[in-house]
Design a protein around this ligand. Structure first.
Ligand SMILES: [Zn+2]
Length: 331
């Protein structure tokens, strides 16, 4: 087990021992109602977790964000919350977890949520934090602190999309290096548009995991730049991202987004659903925060909301064209 993973396991044990809120919320987590469902031909898991309401319904307009104390800044964190330092980040145990051992990885400084220029942190963390999947929510794609840069992490294998992306089914290869060790592919399923980056670890090279992280970060930057061209006026391409490393590969998934929240979120009639999807939801674990939403969500409603927040067919064609052009130009 890697040194970082050991430090995080220890942090978790210490925090459980001293922090009653974390103990209570972890107990609640194990008793939450959940059910399996299907939408757009894809398998989804639904979870009812009222503790996540604060994050789901958080007002995210610039003025509301500016006026509230930032919960990721060290000065505003709960006094019992401890951290493991990693690069310019502090790794924290989320006291309102979506899944067991849910981590928040907060930048040491209060800076906007951006991934461009920080992809090396994202991919390096994926190879160093063994057994975890690292997540990123763009500022307009589910991040509850758009003003404070952060990642999240959950235990590997908790999300339906991780399992699905382990097979070649339905993939279109966009680019691969001559050795075949690195590839970029896309997958359009019934609910999402996915861009995958896969780097195979070499058996003969030293530091192969670190080199793979660097390679994946360069490809991520290329794709993010190509996607950003398709969304002019935005501070960065709107995406959710996931990254994890197993014994043989580093995998990064980028899920381009069009909208932050579906119109149903804002309805003031019986059709309202408080669904504000981030990477976890987009990866197939849909978090609901009200019992009525958990009960009424059906395949049609889910499909409608997913398709509303992802790029349209026309935009996806444009993104595909631009990404492949950039990859051919800047491999
Ligand atoms: Zn902050």
């Amino acid at each position: 087990m890697t040194g970082l993973r050991q430090r995080i396991d220890k942090l978790f044990d210490v925090q459980l021992a001293v922090w009653p809120l974390l103990r209570a919320n972890r107990r609640t987590l194990s008793r939450l109602a959940g059910r399996e469902t299907e939408a757009g031909g894809e398998r989804l898991a639904l979870l009812f977790n009222p503790e996540r309401a604060r994050s789901t319904v958080a007002p995210l307009d610039a003025e509301s964000v500016r006026r509230r104390p930032c919960f990721l800044c060290a000065t505003n964190r709960p006094p019992l919350q401890q951290a493991v330092e990693w690069r310019t980040y502090q790794i924290l145990i989320n006291p309102y977890p979506v899944l067991d051992r849910h981590l928040t990885i907060a930048n040491g400084e209060h800076r906007d949520q951006r991934i461009a220029g920080r992809t090396t942190d994202f991919t390096a963390l994926a190879v160093e934090l063994e057994g975890y999947t690292i997540l990123y929510n763009g500022a307009k794609c589910g991040a509850s602190a758009p003003d404070h840069h952060h990642f999240q992490a959950v235990l590997q294998g908790s999300l339906p999309l991780e399992q699905k992306s382990g097979t070649d089914d339905g993939r279109t290869v966009w680019w691969s290096d001559p050795t075949g060790h690195t590839s970029v592919w896309s997958l359009a399923d019934g609910l999402r548009r996915v861009i995958g980056i896969e780097v195979k670890f070499s058996e003969i090279t030293e530091n192969t995991r670190e080199l793979a992280a660097e390679k994946a970060a360069v490809l991520m930057e290329t794709i993010l730049a190509a996607l950003a061209e398709c969304q002019p006026g935005e501070p960065e391409a709107k995406v959710n991202a996931l990254a994890w490393a197993d014994a043989t590969h580093l995998t990064v998934l980028l899920l381009p987004r069009e909208k932050h929240r579906p119109v149903r979120f804002f309805r003031d009639d019986g059709g309202q659903v408080l669904f504000s999807p981030g990477a976890i939801d987009m990866a197939g674990l849909v978090i609901t925060v009200r019992p009525e939403d958990f009960k009424k969500l059906d395949s049609n409603m889910l499909e409608e909301m997913f398709l509303e927040v992802i790029p349209s067919d026309v935009d996806w064609r444009e993104m595909t064209k631009n990404c492949t052009r950039w990859l051919d130009k800047n491999p």
